[in-house]
Write a protein that binds this ligand. Structure first.
Ligand SMILES: NC(=O)c1ccc[n+]([C@@H]2O[C@H](COP(=O)([O-])OP(=O)(O)OC[C@H]3O[C@@H](n4cnc5c(N)ncnc54)[C@H](O)[C@@H]3O)[C@@H](O)[C@H]2O)c1
Length: 304
């Protein structure tokens, strides 16, 4: 693939979990030089294998052709520490868990060690970069670049600046997203949840409330959603894919912002997390994997 952007060449990804692994793969496929760091040994390979088997089991044709997957993975440099990972990088994207203190700490290290004009982005699903930027000491270079589930073809990305983001930094971010053949959804002024992610969040909030308080069965919500939208999965199937721990943390960011009890994720979700039922990544969430019920041809009419 030929890279479109001449402004960014080297990309560093901090965190090789569900999202960090996918962003690294997409970036390397589009010819960027990619380094990745995760303190968990083998995290990249583990997530790579999980994603591959999940997409294969659902018969999803990914953005990167199957015959390029190994080559892409082999071209991603896996590093042993953050400092080496961000050295020389033009763009650094953090994709660590949705914990504000952790993200601030990562921004602090990046701010101290990265090249002076490196762009610092967070892939956070809920935190506006304005809540992280000061830790970097260079808020002019910070922004939100929020991917969805890029490898399976969700080629939309929210891009939002912070309080001091330079226009040219924002533009570079937008251009980089376009260079991946992705669609940038630009946010004109700070909004919790960004652009489409806020729409998705409204769906999560309502469906979790309905299930968590015993009003409905989650499978009926998913059935209805699949019929209504023609999607392969419903909101609960999607939350399993995101990871229920990640969903919980994101919902707590909204709750902490509003303090509205209806924004608090239900206790039933926390119970699942306590039992280790985190979704696809642990083999069980709302559904059981690798063969979730919603993939059964009879799922839509409710018969087993
Ligand atoms: N899961 C999704 O569908 C999704 C979608 C869009 C955005 N996001 C956002 O992306 C971010 C990551 O989410 P995820 O689903 O990939 O989480 P994840 O739990 O799958 O992965 C996080 C990774 O970060 C690593 N990590 C922990 N501490 C670290 C550190 N100090 N330095 C480097 N790496 C560290 C962990 O070992 C783990 O591999 C979150 O902010 C989340 O809101 C997630």
């Amino acid at each position: 693939m030929t890279k479109v952007s001449n402004l960014i060449e080297k990309v560093a990804i901090i965190g090789a979990g569900t999202l960090g692994t996918q962003i690294s793969m997409i970036a390397v496929y589009y010819d960027y030089k990619v380094k990745v760091y995760d303190p968990k040994k083998g995290a990249f390979r583990e997530n790579f294998e999980k994603l591959r088997s999940e997409l294969r089991s659902k018969k999803i044709q990914p953005i990167i052709p199957w015959d390029k997957w190994e080559e892409c993975a082999n071209n991603i440099q896996q590093m042993k520490n953050i400092e080496e990972t961000i050295k020389g990088a033009d763009l650094i994207i953090e994709a660590v868990p949705e914990k504000i203190e952790l993200k601030r700490e990562i921004f602090r290290i990046i701010g101290q060690k990265a090249m002076p004009k490196a762009i610092i982005a967070t892939n956070s699903s809920s935190l506006p970069v304005s809540r992280l930027e000061s830790s970097s000491g260079r808020p002019e270079y910070c922004l939100n670049i929020h991917f969805y589930f890029p490898l399976q073809g969700l080629n939309i990305v929210d891009v939002m600046g912070g309080t001091h983001t330079l226009p040219q930094v924002f533009e570079k971010g937008v251009e980089w997203v376009r260079s991946l053949n992705f669609i940038p959804l630009t946010v004109k002024k700070e909004l919790l949840g960004f652009c489409f992610n806020r729409v998705w969040r409204a769906i999560k909030r309502e469906t979790l409330y309905m299930w968590g308080n015993g009003f409905v069965d989650f499978t009926d919500v998913d059935r209805a959603w699949m019929v209504f939208t023609g999607s392969r999965e419903g909101p609960f199937g999607l939350m399993d894919k995101i990871g229920l721990d990640v969903v919980y943390d994101i919902e707590m960011v909204y709750y902490n912002d509003s303090k509205d009890p209806k924004d608090h994720p239900p206790e039933a979700l926390l119970n699942k997390i306590r039992k280790g039922e985190l979704g696809v990544k642990t083999g069980k969430g709302f559904y059981t994997y690798p063969d979730p019920e919603f993939l059964n041809p009879n799922f839509l009419n409710g018969s087993k």
